[in-house]
Design a protein around this ligand. Structure first.
Ligand code: GTP
Length: 617
């Protein structure tokens, strides 16, 4: 039933009621029996009330899932106030809008390197990472934390994400985490544009992230910059050298030639983007780049900071993970006390492992963080409950659908569940059954699966009025017994054509029986006599038998101008005043018909027998 109708009934049925119960939170979907639990009423009481509200019988079943609007209306009927799920939001954490432009400070660009396999992404990242160590005071061994920053001579910095290009970029973009400001597209000048180059271009374009091209392997013979330029043009990437707006820098990851120019190009692009973030007096916000368990450190996660400053002791929430920052270190292994926008730091202190792509938000204190985690967990639980309910409803509907639509106006369907020894035979059986039938009857396969018939198959078959075809299987006695109890047919076969014959017979038996009429005798109505039976007067047809004979119990039809005007039975057959069983050709008799007196002189009365026509597909 429609929501408006329910609303109408609810409005008109509820007297002014005072809400007395403590409020409940309704998920997006809830089953009828779960709603009964939540409302603390018996299922029977709830379904009764629902029927009164105008819900259909099927909508009051235990497993039927109600959407939040419906459940709210019903709950109101029981005086139970509802707290909307959105009220959970007030305990959650959300990214803060940027303050006044004047309070924003320039931040380093965040760069992802993408490109075709073997074109030099890793080599470029290695070169950049090594150069970052060399130029660091506390130089040491770099640790892989998923991102690192390269300080430049100019004092500026670039942060590179160094998880495998495509995967990281895509998974984060899918989660709505647009972390990257610029894509460096590595194209080997020896090979030029390749399929993954095009893919990377498309990803960057979709995400509206500008590209800087790094033409690698220019130290090798065969490097052809013009070809790369033209091939990129064919992909609508117009390089500056031919008047476009995309910067391209020839580099060698082996000699390091061109790499500082590439850094300059990235900075120039970043300047155009005018990347700025709030730093002071703003909660720290960022993204999880990687997370793992580290021996001696517990759960660690790399946080790429976009806004604010992260400090030891800060409280963070990412997804449903909570962290009181115990320690931080850079990709160069340098411990950090404070990290600002554009920095990637490995953070210790996570209670549980967050996921790459989770947004990181700072909470003012641990209570606020805990509440946020709580509401997020509640939301996830509600979502998964809703998903389960929706799935359950779908399968319920499917079963109901299959049982109710077994007989459609146009075609009757034999519902079948096929169980077979191997998938090949399950497929073969379903293929053959699917092809059976005609425009009036056919087979609907609810399931074709491998393995013996289960209790679930039996209950499903019962609900859907289906036959279970079991092919080449030994079924358990318990299941066979259960099927017998529930009058479910398990048709067992080892030979496929016998199975097909069985299904064919079942289909044939579903066809309507059509009959031919064999005329046994014929009479003409020659006069109409009124007779008195008790206090009633009724008309009787005076007939003469012109052909064959007419018996008292024969099926009778009356024809007028060759059209059947009556089809039924005699209520009496008399010769003179005597009841008689049969009158033969040439004799006169009086006939009265069951519920029919509208006959006329000249009508033809025929006695007939119904002969069923043979049925076949
Ligand atoms: N001569 C030369 N060799 C390079 C250059 N860049 C990369 N190589 C070599 O090319 C091969 C592939 O380089 P990688 O950096 O592993 O390429 P990749 O794009 O990271 O490859 P995947 O990770 O497999 O996608 C390696 O043998 C590198 O040494 C370059 O600029 N010049």
């Amino acid at each position: 039933m429609g929501l408006n109708a329910v609303r109408f009934y609810a409005r008109h049925s509820s007297k002014s009621k005072k809400q007395t119960r403590s409020p409940i939170i309704l998920p997006e979907y809830i089953s009828v029996s779960n709603l009964a639990n939540l409302l603390a009423v018996r299922y029977e009481a709830l379904s009764k009330r629902m029927l009164r509200l105008g819900f259909g019988q099927s909508e009051t079943q235990h497993n039927y899932s109600l959407d939040r609007d419906m459940a709210t209306l019903i709950s109101e009927e029981f005086n139970v106030p509802i707290v909307s799920e959105s009220s959970l939001d007030k305990h959650d954490l959300f990214p803060q809008p940027y303050p006044d432009e004047k309070l924003l400070k320039p931040r380093p660009p965040i760069v992802t390197i993408m490109g075709h396999v073997d074109h030099g992404k890793t080599s470029l990242l290695d070169y950049l990472r090594n150069s970052s160590i060399v130029s660091q005071e506390h130089g040491g061994i770099t640790q892989h934390i998923g991102a690192f920053s390269v300080p430049l001579k100019s004092g500026k910095r670039i942060t590179f994400i160094d998880t495998p290009g495509h995967a990281a970029f895509l998974s984060m973009r899918e989660r709505g985490a647009l972390i990257t400001d610029i894509v460096v597209l590595v194209v080997a000048a020896t090979e030029s544009v390749m399929p993954q180059t095009i893919e990377a271009i498309n990803h960057a374009r979709k995400a509206k992230v500008p590209i800087v091209v790094a033409m690698s392997k220019t130290d090798l013979p065969g490097a052809d910059i013009d070809k790369v330029t033209n091939d990129l043009l064919a992909q609508n990437v117009e390089l500056e050298s031919i008047g476009g707006d995309v910067q391209a820098v020839p580099i060698s990851n082996v000699t390091g030639e061109g790499i500082s120019e590439l850094e300059d190009a990235i900075i120039a692009q970043a300047d155009m983007l005018n990347l700025k973030s709030p730093v002071l007096n703003f909660p720290c916000q960022g993204w999880i780049i990687e997370a793992n368990m580290k021996k001696g450190c517990g759960n660690v996660a790399t946080v790429l900071i976009r806004e604010g400053q992260l400090k030891i002791g800060s409280i963070l929430v990412a997804g449903t993970s909570l962290c009181k920052v115990k320690g931080m270190s850079s990709a160069q292994g340098v411990p950090q006390k404070v990290a600002g926008p554009g920095s990637a730091v490995e953070v210790m202190g996570w209670k549980t492992l967050p996921e790459a792509g989770d947004q990181v938000l700072q909470a003012k204190n641990i209570e606020i963080a805990r509440k946020a985690v709580d509401v997020r967990e509640t939301r996830i639980a509600m979502k998964s409950q809703a998903d389960i309910l929706v799935k359950r409803n779908e399968s319920l509907e499917q079963i109901q659908d299959s049982s109710t639509t077994t007989e459609t106006e146009t075609k009757r369907l034999l519902n079948c569940i096929i169980k077979a020894d191997v998938s090949g035979s399950a497929e073969a059986v379903s293929h053959m059954l699917e092809n059976l039938g005609n425009d009036k009857v056919g087979v609907r396969i609810l399931e074709a699966a491998v393995g013996p018939v289960t209790e679930f198959d039996v209950s499903r078959a019962e609900a859907a009025n289906a036959v279970i075809y079991s092919f080449n299987l030994k079924n358990e006695k318990d299941v066979i017994f259960l099927a017998e109890q529930h009058k479910v047919m398990i048709a067992d076969f080892n030979i496929i054509y016998k199975l097909v014959d069985d299904a064919t017979e079942r289909l044939i038996s579903m066809l309507d029986i059509e009959y031919d009429k064999k005329i046994l005798g014929e009479a003409e109505i020659r006069a109409i006599f009124p007779i008195t039976v008790g206090k009633k007067t009724m008309n009787v047809a005076g007939c003469r038998i012109s052909n064959g004979s007419i018996q008292r119990n024969n099926l009778i039809q009356t024809l007028r101008n060759d059209e059947v005007v009556y089809d039924g039975k005699l209520s009496s057959l008399k010769v003179v005043k005597k009841d008689i069983d049969e009158v033969t050709k040439g004799n006169d008799c009086g006939m009265a018909f069951e519920d029919y007196t509208d006959f006329s002189v000249g009508d033809i009365v025929q006695a007939y027998e119904k002969i069923p026509r043979p049925r076949y597909l």
